[in-house]
Write a protein that binds this ligand. Structure first.
Ligand code: KIV
Length: 266
């Protein structure tokens, strides 16, 4: 059986809401990390365009290209046996009309062994979500703070317009999205959206009442340089551990204590 055939399917993922099961998601961008996340039993892995910032070192998510997303999604696709694999459509791969969006999302599904795409937008992307869904390309929508909109928003701030948020979420669902990410919105609005929609809501900075949660893996592991956003919980301090391990290696090489007999062939 191929790797993909053992994975949680899109319908199984969506059905977790009705089953009352909380859904866990994390981002991954390479084989090794995707394997570890999968082994821990996370239900969904997102190859996020956050890669532009946490892997490539750009200041926002706009520079990452479709080819780069596919290149990293291939690595994740090779690793994952159990989780649903979702790949972000980068800016502006779905902004040039529905046919171009089908072509680009189709490339992601064909080349990256993933099962779904994610795209930022609600009302204004309804036509694209519908075109992709009806072409057999499952779509996870993303409303609230949409990082690809950073220049229009003037920064990354909590989105509080209840009417717009509800309209976006409903438009995503009625266009065929199977799930929806809610990013940085007040918990009360996220709860209302979660109660209104039949599809699962996956929150990031959207409170505890969403059907599931997602975090950027680098944030969770304490690998992100600089300040971490308020909605992040840092579960490990790998930054300190990595610097500690590398410094110890540096010192042992300089002192002549690495390699010792155990790492030496005679
Ligand atoms: O790109 C990403 O990692 C995301 C998540 C933060 C939801 O979109």
């Amino acid at each position: 059986m191929s790797t993909e055939n053992r994975r949680i399917t899109v319908p199984q993922f969506a059905a977790l809401k009705a089953a009352g099961r909380k859904i866990t998601m994390l981002t991954a961008y390479d084989f090794a990390m995707a394997k570890l996340i999968d082994a821990a039993g996370i239900e969904g892995i997102l190859v996020g365009d956050s890669m532009s910032m946490v892997v490539q070192g750009h200041e926002n998510t706009l520079p990452v290209t479709l080819d780069e997303m596919i290149y990293h999604a291939e690595m994740v696709g090779r690793a994952v046996q159990h989780a649903l694999v979702v790949v972000d459509m980068p800016f502006p791969s779905f902004h040039l009309g529905k046919y171009k969006a089908i072509e680009n999302a189709g490339r992601i599904l064909k080349e990256a062994r993933c099962q779904a795409v994610k795209l930022e937008g609600g009302v204004e992307q309804a036509e694209v979500i519908e075109a992709l869904s009806s072409s057999g390309i499952p779509v996870m929508a993303h409303v609230g703070l949409r990082p690809q909109n950073v220049h229009c928003l003037g920064g990354y701030s909590v989105q509080r317009d209840r009417e717009n948020l509800l309209a976006d979420a409903k438009a995503a669902e009625s266009s065929g999205a199977f799930a929806i990410v809610l990013e940085c919105i007040p918990a009360e609005i996220a709860r209302e959206i979660t109660q209104t929609l039949a599809i699962p809501t996956i929150g990031i900075g959207a409170g505890v009442d969403c059907d599931g949660q997602i975090l950027v893996m680098h944030d969770l592991l304490g690998l992100t340089p600089g300040r971490t956003p308020r909605h992040v919980k840092v579960y490990a301090d790998l930054k300190t551990q990595v610097i500690g391990a590398v410094s110890q290696y540096r010192d042992e090489v300089r002192e002549g204590t690495f390699p010792d007999d155990r790492q030496t062939f005679h």
